[in-house]
Ligand binder design. Structure first.
Ligand code: MN
Length: 390
């Protein structure tokens, strides 16, 4: 019961912690409190409006849960909100989550009338990973009202209110808002239980099962645990792998080469809807004994036959920095953008096939293209790892 008591105490005590423990932590709590208060003021000032919540192009559980929670909070101010994304939702856990939330996520459509929205809200991103929508909102003159994120500060947007913290998940920030009373959670309210469960899922996935969680994240999880539905959480996380993912994993297993504790698999052509299977295959290869790093890549065929070589890196080796590793292996394109990058323990790369794209129905032509790309990728990886080819 101690957690519950703490929660109640903190709610009563509004910003002025007792003199005895005026520590750094107290100051951080005070800052967080004023953010929550400011958010209330902003929402109050925009009462009755219609807002558009923008998540990144490939929304993950953290983004989806935060958007759902933001909508619940906004509803208390008679603000109606739609949630929009620009890319695709394909990971089975994300599909399960969206179904659970009953959240009607709008795929971006250039024909959508954006003038019906008085303001835009960005959660778990700062516009840079939702470029199409950000540009469309700017063109339509919809102001950016709120940004809540946990990524490095980007200068893309000029919001009226921003709350950007170095937490393991944006779900942590929203859990804090809830704890601070932006929405009085009630265990008998289905939407509240679902929001808490979804935030917990976002927190778990964004922190890689709490491995990368900090004290704030653990505190948020402690608070959320009072309201989560363990059965539902188990169901979302236990999503079985669909047949297509199994097929991609089978290909990765068949094609993998292991050198110096790296497991490397080029899996050929991959359908756009199976793109999320690439990191899942890398995760799977990482479960092999004596392997510390897995790299899986394939050519993904998108709209208009546009082809891209897409790859994922997963590592257990703390001393291997995926960002540095991939930037060094693949370098930059002619406009100075790196082909790859990453964060702790994970990274990705995208190399446009460009002029050679298309004609994807001709098997022989495809096979030749794949061989060239596959050889080039392996060559670069082997050079970096420091082994002779073959
Ligand atoms: Mn996140």
């Amino acid at each position: 019961m101690t957690t519950k008591t703490n929660v109640e105490e903190r709610k009563v005590d509004n910003g002025t912690d007792g003199g005895g423990e005026a520590s750094l932590e107290t100051r951080e709590v005070a800052v967080a409190k004023s953010k929550a208060q400011k958010l209330v003021e902003i929402l109050e000032a925009h009462r009755g409006e219609r807002h558009l919540i923008v998540v990144h192009d490939f929304p993950d559980p953290d983004a989806i849960a935060a958007a759902f929670t933001h909508r619940l909070i906004s509803a208390q101010f008679d603000i109606e909100a739609d949630v929009i994304y620009g890319g695709k939702i394909s990971h089975q856990q994300n599909i399960a989550l969206v179904r659970l939330l009953g959240l009607n996520l709008l795929p971006f459509d250039p024909a959508l009338d954006l003038s019906q929205y008085q303001a835009a809200v960005f959660v778990d991103n700062q516009g840079t990973t939702a470029e199409k929508i950000t540009e469309a909102l700017e063109a339509a003159g919809v102001p950016c009202l709120i940004v809540v994120d946990h990524h490095e500060v980007q200068e893309r947007l000029q919001p009226h209110f921003k709350d950007i913290r170095r937490s393991g998940a944006v779900a942590t920030i929203y859990a804090k808002y809830l704890e601070q009373g932006l929405l009085e959670l009630d265990r008998s309210n289905k939407d509240h239980v679902i929001a808490a469960t979804a935030l917990m899922h976002g927190l778990i996935t964004d922190t890689q099962n709490f491995i990368r969680a900090n004290a704030e994240d653990f505190q948020a999880a402690g608070f959320l645990s009072w309201f989560t539905d363990v059965e539902i959480l188990g169901q979302i996380m236990r999503q079985l792998r669909p047949k297509q993912v199994m097929e991609i994993i089978r290909r990765a297993l068949g094609e993998r080469m292991t050198v110096e504790s790296f497991s490397i698999a080029g899996i050929g052509y991959v359908r756009a809807e199976d793109r999320d299977a690439i990191p899942q295959a890398a995760d799977f290869l990482l479960t092999e004994e004596n392997i510390h790093t897995a790299i899986v890549y394939g050519i993904v065929v998108g709209a208009n036959d546009e082809e891209k070589l897409i790859g994922s890196l997963r590592t257990l080796k703390i001393t291997l920095d995926p960002d540095e590793f991939l930037k060094e292996v693949f370098g930059k394109d002619p406009t100075g953008h790196y082909f790859g990058g990453g964060k702790q323990l994970a990274g990705g790369f995208e190399i446009p096939v460009g002029f050679l794209s298309g004609d994807s129905t001709d098997e022989e032509y495809r096979r030749m293209k794949w061989q060239v790309y596959d050889a080039q990728i392996k060559q670069k990886l082997f050079n970096k790892i420091g082994v002779e080819k073959g």
